[in-house]
Design a protein around this ligand. Sequence first.
Ligand code: ACO
Length: 478
Amino acid sequence: MLQRSPEVSSAESRRSEPRPAVNPKPEAPSRPPAKEGKPAPAPPPAEKRDALVVTDHRTGKTYELPIRDGTIRAVDLRQIKISTDDFGLLSYDPGFANTASCRSRITFIDGEKGILRYRGYPIEELAERSNYLETAYLLLRGELPTAPQLEQWTFDIHHHLLLHENIKKLIEGFRYDAHPMGMLVSALAALSTFYPDAKQIDDPASRDLQFYRLIGKLITLAAYSYRHSRGLPYVYPDSDLSYTGNFLNMTFRMTELRYRPHPVLEKALNVLFVLHADHEQNCSTNAMRSVGSSRVDPYSAIAAATAALYGPLHGGANEAVLKMLKEIGAKDRVPEFIQKVKRGDCRLMGFGHRVYKNYDPRARIIKQIADEVFEVRGRNPLLDIALELERIALEDRYFVDRKLYPNVDFYSGLIYQSIGFPVDMFPVLFAIPRTSGWLAQWEEMLLDPDQKIARPRQVYEGSEERRFLPIEDRSAPS
Ligand code: ACO
């Protein structure tokens, strides 16, 4: 029988020292309907304390689970058993819809109110007053840099823009029509073989060096993957240019002696990079933390995170938005397309978000910089279709009831396209700035004493034990 004396038990004693608060949960979790049958006896009046009292009707036992920062610990459920050999109660949460996998001090999101902050700073202020490298410093170091700190940080990253020449050969090995994101994933994984010192993940100096290398080399890898798909010669970085200026240089320079990025485009890219730098526990960040929890080097973990970002429901969404806008083709075909979405034939790409149930604050900022870019490059003809889609969707009950608003990807693709990037570069443009967020989250995971190798449980639904049949005795299932 259970070796637990009182019916009320607590796991609080296993807790370590106070930890930073997780983000408050904006949404009340949905609850299953009450089971039919005898009504549960009214609970005895309890004094007010941060605890959840659970009665298991299978055994009649009652348990008290401590509540901390709006969470219970899933392992506290394991004490709830029907017999000693019972494994204990698990929580079932596909897609982590209601599970906090970590405590974090990096990014705060309130999806109901449409708030996004990095290290406490509102995204709107960072987009207006910071630049990408300063924001990357903030994410990784926790504070905004002083002027000398920023100068050193910028120097250290610019010092690592160059790639080993063998990486160029690796990229040359891809077919002319290889997707740049596939090339990026492979090249990032390959970088781990160039820097075996990166395995020293417990050494802060080694981690710093990988931060400089990864943030620096990302723009060079991204530019090379683009040049390869165009059959253009690779361009080396120019030490007089900014981070985003250099990226534009390595991507678009043709025969001019010196490439001078257009200041409006350089700034627009900077803002887009700030907006995309982190977004707490999304699919790719979860991949970074999960793969990193095996204590692999950061290049291999970033390759995994980049692969997660490649998917159309995540970083591939802005590419999907452009394809969708092209398919719709004209403003007057928007209502017909909306009907298709409502019938469930397809999704309105660039709409909806797991966390935001309000206008994505990044989408608001992007809409503003789109105007500045269109002034320089001319109005993107797909913009009118996008505006019409947004107008109709924001009034339509289907979207209103489901709290579906434009997300960061709805307008970013139009800007990227106007700057001159082909659609298959869009997820690459997302991966460049997200690298700093992934690295900040990875380091936080490594330094968190609560963290272990990521290893979820499952509810097994397969066959019971059965005998192996020799092949001649088997028949095909009908
Ligand atoms: N178009 C039409 N209907 C939608 C959309 C959409 N874009 N998004 C959600 N819905 C509907 C679903 O069909 C569902 O309806 P139902 O309740 O009638 O079944 C309801 O809204 C809830 O949708 P879920 O899929 O449960 O929401 P979830 O939080 O799992 O999905 C996601 C979030 C994946 C972002 C989803 O909204 C989507 O697919 N959007 C389009 C792709 C996209 O823009 N992704 C980029 C996200 S931002 C980023 O990664 C940077």
